[in-house]
Design a protein. Structure first.
Length: 710
């Protein structure tokens, strides 16, 4: 007797040899197969005992708790339904006048070696047996005893054994009653990327787990962990959609059909929000309990918050995992998987420092996926796509950031970089050290040199000295989005409301890695005072809350204030950097005049920028405002043809047009700026005389004549 290719062939041989023996006993002709009843019984027992060597049979036995004889009964019914010749053979052996599907009576007589064994299975395989309750076999609805009713195989089961060369998963079955969806399978090449939590891996290796609850994080993250469990077990996984399942008139019988389908496919069932549905439908919970008890069946549920299991399922000792954000190494691993899956190999780069990317942006798995899809679209839209670089990845990450944080901070698009800043050399050096400190904070933490994950800095100095644009430059250098807090939306007269707004702001900033700028910080971080009123108590509570919150903040926090001494000393002690922004000296003012005005327009010959820089002590903000005002004046006096040109041509082409600024226009713009700051009559008089002075640097004037920007 040669080995069989599949279980159906082996079962067919049992029937064929039994029929040959039947013919030998009922006819004088000698058939091709000559076996004694004892020899045939021995062969039958050997074939029944070895039936579990085939993967689909092992699947049925492990999923439904079937023994060898039960499995062979199922296979014989499948064989008769697929090959009608066996209906004829079995009918003749029963001495029936017409062909038909087999019944339990003839199958048990073929398979049982004794009358006692036949009686045992006659009782065991009643209408409430596993075979019929779980619809592996369907019995005709007539008035005969169960043992004499014709049997029909489950259609899905028939498919399973009809394609025995590729036993599972059952094709095509992407969708079952519009309720199930295949989300991952060992046989698919487009499975989602996932990184399984190490705690889950350890638990799966320690004990067989049938019920798993994934709690916390987003639904997408929970789904990825469920896929990771299926991948660890080398099984397919289907997701059950509660909204579609619950609309059926009889959802519990439908669930039984779906569970059978899952078992036939050697799959795992993932049911988001499944516990809520099981509490709503108690009969469904009992059905799940019976399904779990059958054999190697597995259910994974996902919930944002803790939800208890129904009592009937809690007895099966389910495991609950509280999911946490991916670690740095897990994020690196997930990035690498995504890039490999979404970016063409010819443009992938091996020199991208993914640890640096992760240190910049602690993104959720779904956001990381969106970044990769965006990068893929960019590559597809370009005929000759450039290699993927770290800068392009960081830019795509930044594009995914939200427009606001907790509705109290808005995103600001940085317009300045570090090289464009005109500040004192010491200030520039401090800013460069701040940036380097951020870039090295991870190795510094690993070495135990620092403990904080975040970076805190105070920018202080007179108004208009460049604190805000320095924050923009820092954000640009760090390749992080910049958010500026709106103090009016944070501060509240009601006790606890300010702290509530601040908590939401810092929580959002941690979920969305960024540079958080709080301008006029002394309004929130001012020195605590002796409590003399209800308002003092409320203010002190806010300061105390901030002190506690920044201890655990892992982002970049920049405070800007006009006066360092206004900030509570406890905050100053926690600042990694306290950087002073001074009023620019004459050389810096000359650079600012050239940056804002000299490189954009033609100046009247009577205007000497070096003279302006020497004679008028202005901040960068003052000079910028004067330049904008004088440009507006020049544009309004420009002829209509040039204005039309400005509206239609690019900015680069417009800069080549001739706009001339007169000394009188510049004086008028400066006078308007003086109205915003503290007036000095002597300085204003000097400005009026300056209009008539020659275009040569004047000798330095004394401090009483020099206009100070306050």
């Amino acid at each position: 007797m040669k080995p069989f290719d599949n279980a159906i062939q082996q079962v067919a041989y049992i029937i064929d040899s039994a029929f040959a023996l039947f013919q030998q006993q009922t006819s004088d002709r000698v058939g091709a197969v000559q076996l004694t009843p004892e020899q045939w019984a021995q062969q039958r027992d050997e074939l029944v005992d070895s039936i579990e060597q085939f993967p689909p049979v092992t699947l049925l036995m492990s999923r439904f708790g079937l023994d060898n004889i039960m499995v062979v009964i199922v296979l014989m019914v499948v064989l008769a339904s697929q090959q009608p010749i066996y209906q004829h053979i079995l009918a003749k052996m029963q001495k029936k006048s017409a062909d038909g599907l087999p019944c339990l009576d003839i199958l048990l007589r073929l398979l049982c070696s004794s009358h006692e064994q036949q009686q045992h299975y006659t009782v065991l395989l009643g209408a409430d047996s596993i075979l019929f309750v779980w619809q592996l076999l369907l019995i005709n609805d007539d008035h005969l005893p169960v043992i004499h009713r014709e049997l029909t195989p489950n259609k899905t089961l028939a498919v399973l054994f009809d394609q025995s060369s590729v036993p599972y998963p059952i094709p095509p079955a992407q969708d079952r009653n519009w309720c199930l969806q295949l989300i991952a399978s060992p046989s698919r090449d487009d499975n989602p990327c996932c990184v399984l939590d190490t705690a889950i891996i350890e638990a799966l290796n320690l004990q067989p787990v049938k019920l798993v609850q994934l709690q916390g994080q987003s639904n997408y993250t929970r789904q990825l962990q469920a896929i990771g469990i299926a991948r660890e077990k080398q099984q397919a996984i289907y997701e059950l959609t509660t909204d579609r399942w619950s609309v059926y008139e009889q959802p519990v019988p439908l669930l039984k059909d779906l569970l059978c389908f899952i078992s036939f496919n050697n799959a795992i069932l993932y049911w988001p929000d499944g516990l809520e549905a099981l509490h709503k439908y108690p009969q469904a919970a009992y059905l799940i309990g019976e399904w779990i008890a059958l054999g190697d069946n597995r259910l994974i549920v996902g919930n944002a918050d803790f939800t208890p299991w129904p009592t009937c399922l809690a007895l099966h000792q389910p495991l609950r995992f509280s999911l946490t954000p991916l670690t740095v190494n897990q994020q690196v691993q997930y990035w690498q998987q995504l890039i490999k899956a979404y970016i063409p190999p010819q443009v992938q780069q091996t020199d991208i420092d993914w640890h640096s990317v992760v240190n910049h942006y602690h993104l959720t798995p779904e956001t990381m996926l969106q970044v990769c899809i965006q990068l893929q679209q960019i590559q597809q839209e370009t005929s000759n796509p450039p290699p993927l670089t770290q800068d392009s990845v960081l830019t795509a990450c930044q594009d995914m950031t939200t427009a606001s944080l907790a509705n109290v901070a808005i995103r600001v698009e940085p317009c300045w970089n570090l090289q464009q800043l005109v500040v004192a050399g010491s200030t520039q050096q401090n800013l460069m050290e701040l940036i380097k400190f951020f870039q090295l904070r991870q190795p510094l933490r690993q070495a135990g040199i620092i403990k904080h994950r975040g970076l805190f800095a105070l920018f202080w100095g007179q108004p208009g000295t460049g604190k805000t644009i320095a924050a923009e430059a820092v954000a640009k250098e760090l390749a992080l989005p910049l958010y500026q807090a709106n103090l009016e939306r944070i501060a509240s007269k009601w006790i606890g409301e300010t702290e509530k707004h601040l908590a939401a702001l810092f929580d959002e900033a941690e979920r969305n890695p960024c540079v958080l700028l709080i301008d006029e910080a002394d309004a929130l971080f001012a020195k605590r005072t002796q409590v003399e009123s209800h308002q003092d108590k409320n203010s002190n509570l806010g300061v105390s809350f901030l002190l506690q919150r920044i201890e655990t903040f892992n982002g970049v926090l920049l405070l800007a204030s006009n006066y360092q001494e206004n900030i509570d000393p406890a905050f100053l002690r926690r600042m990694h950097f306290s950087i002073q922004f001074k009023v620019p000296n004459s050389a810096q003012r000359l650079t600012l005049w050239q940056q804002y005005l000299g490189n954009k327009v033609q100046l009247d010959n009577a205007i000497n920028l070096e003279q302006l820089a020497n004679d008028f002590v202005l901040t960068g903000s003052n000079i910028n405002n004067i330049a904008l005002h004088v440009l507006r004046q020049a544009i309004m006096l420009t002829d209509s043809s040039l204005i039309k040109c400005m509206a239609t041509e690019s900015a680069a082409e417009f800069q080549t047009q001739s706009l001339t600024i007169s000394k009188a226009q510049l004086k008028q713009a400066m006078l308007q700026e003086y109205q915003k700051i503290e007036q000095d009559t002597a300085a204003v008089q000097f400005l009026k005389r300056w209009e008539k002075s020659p275009a040569n640097p004047t000798s330095p004037i004394n401090s009483k004549q020099r206009l100070m920007a306050m």
